[in-house]
Design a binder for this molecule. Structure first.
Ligand SMILES: NC(=O)C1=CN([C@@H]2O[C@H](COP(=O)(O)OP(=O)(O)OC[C@H]3O[C@@H](n4cnc5c(N)ncnc54)[C@H](OP(=O)(O)O)[C@@H]3O)[C@@H](O)[C@H]2O)C=CC1
Ligand SMILES: O=C(CO)COP(=O)(O)O
Length: 315
């Protein structure tokens, strides 16, 4: 397979560096001209190996037969709209974690909308770009509804340090990765406000219940949520300062400003999840709370009071 990564931020760069262990990779970054010494502005300290061709010309990337889309969720549809015809015969792999606010779908449906004959796949799970780029051991989920395509992608995209597990549950894999970011914001806010590790454990557990409730309603297998793309990524993101979603929550909890240029997927995803819950009658109290926290209509103490004041129920 000839592989290209579209999106020259932290994750796209890390994937290109990792996949270079298998052979040549093309990395398309719209700001390729701003790179200095083959170093990504968003992933300092990582220099592209010689096997990675960095380009600002998307047509060059589109000569590959396997395309990995590693850009923020809310940018995916716009990017696809601007691409020329010819995606149909390629393997399309979404690496973004979120729910599109306009369509209320994940990335696979957006890829399918743009290229109906293609079989979209998702690459997701617990992995910080910096860890992948350093070659640290990482395990991710590669989800594709088509088993043969899934097997081929699993082989092509696994490396000695990056171990891919296969799944056919695309919706489960993408929703786990999207929704864990919302819970990570809640956990960061909880720790930032000094509410303690016990409260964080409660948020992670009840957040996981919420993730599973919505995902299963939308067609996911519960086992997928319990795997790398769900529980695995939830654990990483809710407990590590390396997570931008968690750090954003920390800043909210401490009442500090946060750099608006940082990618924080959980904020838009909280809004999208809340809209899905309202549409389908699925209770999602943590997503609703994070949605209001991030839009600034609720404070962290008010959020905690509201969650604690909910009627008592069975677990
Ligand atoms: N970083 C991580 O550890 C991980 C990230 N992910 C997921 O990967 C996705 C991307 O995140 P990440 O790379 O970290 O984010 P970054 O903020 O590091 O980079 C985003 C990149 O996307 C580019 N971009 C944004 N909009 C467009 C567009 N319309 N067309 C072309 N390029 C665009 C930006 O370009 P420019 O700089 O020019 O604005 C930037 O290079 C997210 O969904 C994230 O959840 C998944 C696992 C790990
Ligand atoms: O998805 C990630 C880890 O798996 C990266 O998390 P952040 O986007 O919060 O940094």
């Amino acid at each position: 397979m000839k592989v290209a990564v579209l999106g020259g931020g932290a994750f796209g760069t890390a994937l290109a560096v990792s996949l270079a262990a298998n052979g040549p990779v093309t990395l398309w970054a719209r700001n390729a001209g701003a790179w200095r010494d083959r170093t990504c502005p968003k992933l300092e300290g990582v220099t592209l190996p010689g096997r990675v061709t960095l380009t600002g010309d998307v047509a060059e990337a589109l000569t590959a037969d396997t395309l990995l889309f590693a850009l923020p969720m809310q940018s995916l549809a716009g990017l696809l709209d601007g691409l020329p015809e010819g995606l149909e015969g390629k393997a399309l792999v979404a690496c973004c974690k979120g729910i599109d606010l306009t369509r209320l779908t994940g990335p696979a449906a957006i890829l399918a909308e743009r290229a109906p004959a293609a079989m979209p796949a998702i690459l997701t799970g617990p992995s910080f770009a910096a860890d992948i780029a350093r070659g640290l051991p990482t395990a991710l989920t590669l989800a594709c509804a088509d088993e043969a395509m899934g097997k081929a992608l699993q082989q092509a995209l696994s490396t000695p340090a990056l171990r891919l597990y296969r799944s056919r549950d695309v919706i489960g894999a993408e929703l786990g990765g999207a929704l864990k970011n919302v819970v990570a914001i809640a956990c960061g806010a909880c720790i930032g406000a000094g509410l303690g590790d016990s409260a964080r454990a409660a948020l992670m557990t009840r957040g996981f219940a919420e993730m599973t409730r919505l995902a299963v309603h939308l067609g996911a297998e519960p086992e997928t949520l319990a795997g790398l793309s769900g529980l695995g990524d939830l654990t990483l993101t809710c407990t590590s300062d390396l997570s931008r979603n968690y750090r954003f929550g920390l800043a909210l909890g401490r009442g500090e400003a946060f750099d608006a240029g940082t990618t924080v997927e959980g904020a838009a995803t909280a809004q999208a999840a809340e809209a899905l819950g309202r549409r389908d009658g699925i209770p999602l109290p943590i997503c609703g709370t994070v949605s209001r926290l991030t839009e600034g209509t609720l404070t962290v103490p008010e959020a905690m009071d509201q969650l604690l004041a909910r009627p008592l129920k069975e677990e």
